[in-house]
Design a protein around this ligand. Structure first.
Ligand code: RFL
Length: 388
């Protein structure tokens, strides 16, 4: 079997590439390891930034974001005192929109499939071959266990951090950058009312954040020790700690539907391509979640790749594909810096015991500058919106 582009992985990255190239009249097959219900049920991110929104609007995919509210203000609660940051005012109205990742994924899948796209779930043992040559191919076992082979001109590796795509590149062809956080992250997903505004709370009891995930659900983050044992966090302890850290006695509790200690690593590979394989999204980079950039970088990469594939296929111009990695990495490093900056502000500014009194004061000064310097406010708001 033969197609133009094989996309490995049906997360936000792979589904965005697939929708964009399919609408552009380029043949494409998506291979996803899990079944549809699993992929559609994964709850992770909740905000798409302005730059990501533009990727969909430019492609005429407005319906993907139907009903998604704009999100232009966020609250930093410092020792119980609210400070509202008006991102919209500092970024010429360029703000993001609230949409749970699994809702976006669901809509990307139905848009692609209803439009005649070829998406194969439960594709096992995906392996990439001849990525260095002109005729790469992919082998896998289909949902019935039958071995299959797909020949292609280009491969899009959109299979996340643990996928096979990056692992198919000879290690000496990649430079890998890693950085580990000195604090741990604990996150819970709840069926409880979302906050009025996305909320980041600095508190002497440790950092906590609360973000909405649709009309009746929320995601909380709590700072914890690295390698924290989940067993120690009963539901009761979670709600007590949240009330304390958010300085909100009246915080409405609800069922906790998921709890996880997350590995807040920073990770980048350079280049994000090898031969005819192009890495997209988490397959190429991981940013700490607090900056809200993981999903948005995946969409940004996908937009760059789709444009470059169109130039290669329709205009016989390989230039944009050659530039793919450099174009994406510029934004990736910007967002690494932004995510780390924000992480340091909220963690160090919460926890003098871990950060030490000097870094604690620095973090508080950094945050204060957002409210005293219009230039600093603009720089922050531009990062939250994403590049124009
Ligand atoms: P995904 O979403 O992991 O999708 C990869 C897909 O590839 C499939 N796959 C394979 N398919 C075939 N063969 C194989 N060998 C395969 N191996 C894997 C997988 O089943 C899956 O369907 O990566 P993608 O598309 O690059 O998207 C990246 C985003 O999902 C990720 O960056 C964000 O979710 C990160 N993230 C957040 N990002 C934000 O922008 N804002 C947030 O608020 C936010 N919160 C979060 C997050 C990530 C979290 N996790 C994963 C720790 C909160 C959490 C809890």
């Amino acid at each position: 079997e033969r197609t133009t582009v094989v996309v490995v992985g049906a997360g936000v990255a792979g589904l965005t590439v697939a929708n964009l190239v399919h609408r552009n009249g380029i043949g494409c097959v998506v291979l996803e390891r899990h079944d549809r219900a699993h992929v559609e049920g994964r709850q992770r991110a909740g905000v798409i930034d302005h730059a990501a929104e533009q990727v969909y609007l430019r492609a005429g995919l407005d319906d993907l974001l139907a009903g998604a509210r704009r999100s232009g203000t966020l609250e930093f609660r410092v020792d119980g005192v609210p400070r509202r940051f008006d991102a919209a005012a500092h970024a010429d109205g360029r703000v993001g929109r609230l949409i749970p990742q699994q809702l976006l994924v669901r809509r990307l899948i139905s848009t692609f499939v209803d439009g005649g796209g070829d998406l194969r779930f439960a594709a096992h043992d995906v392996a990439l071959h001849d990525i260095d040559g002109d005729r790469p191919h992919v082998t896998y076992r289909d949902a019935d266990g039958v071995p299959r082979r797909l020949d292609a001109d280009f491969l899009a590796g959109c299979d996340g951090f643990h996928g096979v795509s990056r692992a198919s590149i000879p290690p000496d062809a990649l430079t890998t950058y890693r950085h580990a956080d000195e604090v741990g992250w604990f996150t819970v997903l709840t069926d409880s009312p979302p906050p009025a505004l996305p909320l980041l709370a600095l508190s002497p009891h440790g950092f906590a954040a609360h973000f909405g995930r649709g009309p009746a659900a929320g995601r909380f983050y709590l700072q914890c020790r690295p390698g924290e044992d989940l067993a120690a966090w009963t539901d009761d302890r979670v709600w007590r700690q949240l009330r304390l850290r958010l300085a909100d006695e009246d915080l409405v509790a609800g069922p906790i539907v998921a709890k996880a200690v997350i590995d807040a690593r920073s990770f980048v590979v350079d280049p994000m391509a090898h031969g005819r394989l192009f890495l997209v999204g988490d397959a190429a980079h991981i940013v700490p979640p607090l900056g809200g950039k993981g999903m948005n970088l995946a969409i940004a990469d996908a937009g760059v790749l789709a444009r470059a594939l169109s130039a290669a296929v329709h205009d016989d111009d390989p230039g944009p594909l050659r530039e793919y990695s450099a174009t994406c990495l510029r934004r990736v490093w910007h967002d690494q810096e932004f995510s780390r900056w924000l992480g340091e502000v909220v963690f160090h500014g919460s926890d003098p015991a871990t950060a030490g009194p000097f870094r604690w004061r620095l973090a508080r000064a950094r945050l204060d500058r957002l409210f005293t310097s219009p230039a600093a406010a603009r720089a922050f708001a531009e990062s939250t919106a994403g590049p124009t």
